[in-house]
Write a protein that binds this ligand. Structure first.
Ligand code: SF4
Length: 299
């Protein structure tokens, strides 16, 4: 492997672990990646810091019991024991945008309050020209899954496989996501899988802030229509976009956040797990937390 490829892999792993600076210099990880010409997925988006506000009580049973099955076993396919304890109450450490009971989109939004169904939103995405990505992508990737999904997975943006097929998470990372969902007794058909961006950035480059803002109304509307019990943010980019924060993923994991009044659990992107199996255990813990939210009594 070429030295620059090794460096890129190392930097991407450090970034996915939540590190944003290198000791070498005052350059950030993203700046170094740009210098080596290898900015990949999962980078820190230039999004504004959120209005962080501590809210409710503590998360009980956040940690996984010692007798629980290993993450390797569960993610590789065998089923874990079902979550046996519901969350009594939550500590929502960070908030994304406040809940919007009336779901009124911003004035510049392409999605109106009349666009209630997922099909309407999908058609609007297919016709969208709000940012330049539509011109370079092969297909839009609006998202797919159950219209009654209780869990929604939010990723970053379509990759090459997704761009070709018009479906989210269909490559190796998607296959791993299917196994992760199986570890909490969910099939792909039972959840809804979506990305922040609906068209692929050329060469898998990082989404630009203006692209995220142009595309955000579609994700917001999808979540408002779906009204899931829990959102699982896959990777740094999705988490930071939903929660409007620059905090690294290491500081966002292990807590229940909130987006539009919906609990959000942050975990690693499956593509990151393919690069570093050491993140399987924390990922397994994160999805167990999401499972406990699903199993908790409805508010
Ligand atoms: S990425 Fe989003 S905003 Fe940009 S063209 Fe596609 S649907 Fe429209």
């Amino acid at each position: 492997m070429r030295p620059e490829d090794l460096l890129r892999r190392y930097l991407e792993q450090r970034r996915e672990a939540g590190e944003s600076e290198l000791i070498l210099d005052r350059l950030s990880v993203d700046e170094v990646l740009r210098i080596v010409g290898a900015v990949g997925r999962g980078a820190v988006a230039e999004v504004p810091l959120a209005q962080h506000s501590p809210v409710r009580a503590s998360v009980s049973n956040l940690s996984i019991g010692a007798s629980a099955p290993s993450p390797d076993a569960s993610i590789e396919g065998s089923m874990p024991t079902s979550a046996d304890s519901a969350i009594d109450d939550w500590r929502v450490v960070l908030r994304g945008p406040a809940a919007i009971p009336s779901a009124v989109p911003p004035p510049t939004s392409p999605v109106t309050s009349e666009d209630r169904s997922l099909g309407d939103i999908r058609e609007q995405i297919r016709a969208c020209t709000r940012c330049p990505l539509y011109a370079t992508a092969t297909n839009p990737v609006p998202g797919e899954g159950s219209s009654t999904a209780k869990l929604v997975c939010v990723g970053e943006a379509p990759g090459a496989n997704e761009d070709q097929t018009g479906r989210p998470f269909v490559g190796p990372a998607g296959q791993l996501l299917t196994k992760i969902l199986a570890a909490i007794n969910l099939s792909r058909e039972e959840v809804f899988i979506v990305n922040v961006l609906k068209h692929r950035p050329p060469g898998n480059r990082n989404p630009l802030p203006e692209e995220v803002e142009a595309c955000r109304p579609y994700l917001t509307r999808q979540l408002e229509v779906l009204k899931p019990r829990v959102i699982v943010a896959l990777g740094t980019f999705a988490a930071q976009t939903l929660l409007e924060t620059k905090l690294p993923i290491g500081k966002l994991r292990g807590q229940v956040h909130e987006y539009l009044g919906i609990p959000v659990v942050v975990t690693y992107h499956p593509a990151a797990l393919l690069r570093n199996s050491a993140w399987k255990r924390p990922t397994w813990e994160d999805v167990q937390l999401a499972r406990r939210i699903l199993d908790s009594p409805a508010a």
